[in-house]
Design a protein around this ligand. Structure first.
Ligand SMILES: Cc1cc2nc3c(=O)[nH]c(=O)nc-3n(C[C@H](O)[C@H](O)[C@H](O)COP(=O)(O)OP(=O)(O)OC[C@H]3O[C@@H](n4cnc5c(N)ncnc54)[C@H](O)[C@@H]3O)c2cc1C
Length: 436
């Protein structure tokens, strides 16, 4: 029987899988036994499905289209290199503390997919469930978060409310005495944490490629030709490419592609968000920490496996497609870091950068059909789309394959505002830059 299985499987794939034996063997032969992680194919003229955008959402969609729906001819078109957009620029926080119908089930499913992703992809995405700890600064915040986390617990997720004593025992080295906003306790999701963003992109790419998906890098979509209410072809920097079905998963550039397709305005604004990394230090923080009442300040920090402190905060507050940030935001984030952990003051900042966020009017995403018959939209991830990547790929693939939205995403469409369906987790209103 084992021999039969071996015959069925591609022997080369078995030999290059990541497992203890192959890692040991390649350790002895100077790591010369590995093959390319994914192919570099020439574009074909026709595909069953073409996904535009080689970020995490595009790659995950291609993988689940092939794996869950057995679709054969799939291409992912990426204008630069895969994972060079927001996929490789985020602060890697994975959590499922959402409350609104649809969002609740979607992000919980995503967290469950993360929990098994390294095994599923045979690629270590370094998912570390180190807990997501939100500091609470007022009795109102305690009530609001207790309600949210009770809803989570009642719907199959996890959550804990820590009082100040417990918080001080768990994270003793915060600035409890002179911090800008008083700390009364914390709300915690123990199963949340971080993953390695590049690994997730490479893992999805490798797994999708092994199922026959063509990953076409340096392939920018520059034009869209329509015929009889459908997209006939895409003009790209590598020639004309046709797909029976087309999916847009281009995050901060969704409006650009939308207008290329001859459609009007989207309820999305592109804003930039910065991230910061310090030099590496010994272990200091073993969770993801969130500080500051949203609206007054918003700051998140964790420690990477290499030891660097990784942090970020609010948007840069103006619309832009630039992948670099402005100095007042650097100052604001530095102040937040110093306010909550003054011991960081001596650290040198190594790098900071920005990504282009697709901010929607209510802070929730769109995954839906469009006015063009064969075009599907995946967008509006605000600055929470990293954690969403597995479920985003799962449900977008399901939408494209079955040509109808799954029940969980049935309200994540462009018509929800005119129907009065509001998926505003923060309760802040139709101001895209306020959502996160
Ligand atoms: C600083 C920062 C911190 C963040 N922190 C978190 C976090 O902690 N947790 C979390 O859950 N989320 C976080 N996010 C958000 C998350 O990174 C994004 O929501 C998510 O990555 C978006 O999906 P994506 O990976 O598919 O996007 P992208 O990686 O941006 O993929 C879109 C791709 O489309 C390509 N593209 C664009 N135009 C074209 C074209 N014309 N032709 C071909 N290709 C094109 C781009 O090059 C890009 O690679 C953060 C984002 C940033 C910038």
């Amino acid at each position: 029987m084992i021999l039969g299985l071996y015959k069925k499987k591609n022997i080369k794939e078995i030999m290059t899988r990541f497992n203890a034996w192959n890692v040991f063997k390649n350790g002895l032969n100077g790591q010369t036994g590995w093959s390319r992680q994914w192919r570099d194919p020439e574009p074909k003229e026709n595909y069953e499905v073409v996904i535009v955008g080689g970020g995490l959402h595009g790659l995950a969609t291609a993988y689940y289209l092939a794996k869950n729906h057995n679709i054969k001819k799939i291409a992912v078109l990426e204008k630069g290199w895969i994972g060079g957009g927001n996929a490789g620029r985020n602060t890697t926080i994975v959590r499922s503390n959402y409350m609104m119908p649809g969002n609740r089930e979607f992000y919980e499913h995503s967290l469950k997919l993360w929990e098994n992703l390294s095994h599923d992809l045979n690629y270590n995405v370094m998912f570390s469930q180190r807990a997501h700890v939100v500091l609470l600064h007022s009795p109102g915040a305690i009530d609001a978060f207790a309600r949210r986390y009770n809803i989570m617990k009642l719907t199959g997720s996890d959550g804990e409310l820590w009082n100040l004593d417990k918080l001080k025992r768990k994270i003793p080295h915060l600035n409890y005495d002179n911090v800008r906003f008083p700390i009364l306790g914390a709300i915690v999701q123990p199963r949340a944490g971080n993953a390695r963003h590049d690994s997730a992109a490479w893992g999805y790419a490798r797994a999708a490629d092994s199922l026959g998906v063509d990953i076409l890098q340096n392939c920018e979509v520059t034009g869209v030709t329509r015929k009889n209410g459908s997209i006939e072809s895409l003009q790209t920097s590598r020639g004309i490419i046709k797909g029976k079905k087309i999916g847009f998963a281009v995050a901060g550039h969704t409006s650009v592609l939308w207008q290329m397709a001859g459609l009007g305005n989207l309820p999305i604004e592109s804003h930039k968000l910065q991230a910061f990394v310090t030099e590496a230090i010994k272990p200091l923080l073993d969770c993801v920490l969130i500080y500051g009442p949203a609206g007054a300040a918003h700051f998140y920090i964790s420690q990477s496996d290499k030891g660097s402190m990784v942090f970020g905060g609010e948007l840069d507050w103006y619309k832009s497609y630039a992948q670099r940030g402005n100095l007042p935001t650097v100052k604001e984030n530095g102040e937040c870091a110093m306010a909550i952990m003054p011991c960081l003051g001596k650290l040198r900042l190594l790098r900071h950068w920005a990504g282009v966020m697709d901010m929607s009017m209510d802070g929730s995403f769109f995954m839906c059909k469009t006015p063009i018959a064969n075009l599907y939209l995946n967008a509006g991830w605000n600055y929470g789309g990293f954690k969403a990547s597995p479920a985003s790929g799962w449900y977008f693939a399901d939408l494209i394959a079955n040509e109808r939205p799954h029940k969980i995403i049935e309200n994540h469409n462009l018509e929800r505002f005119e129907k009065g369906i509001n998926l505003d987790e923060r309760g802040i209103g139709p101001d895209p830059k306020m959502h996160g």
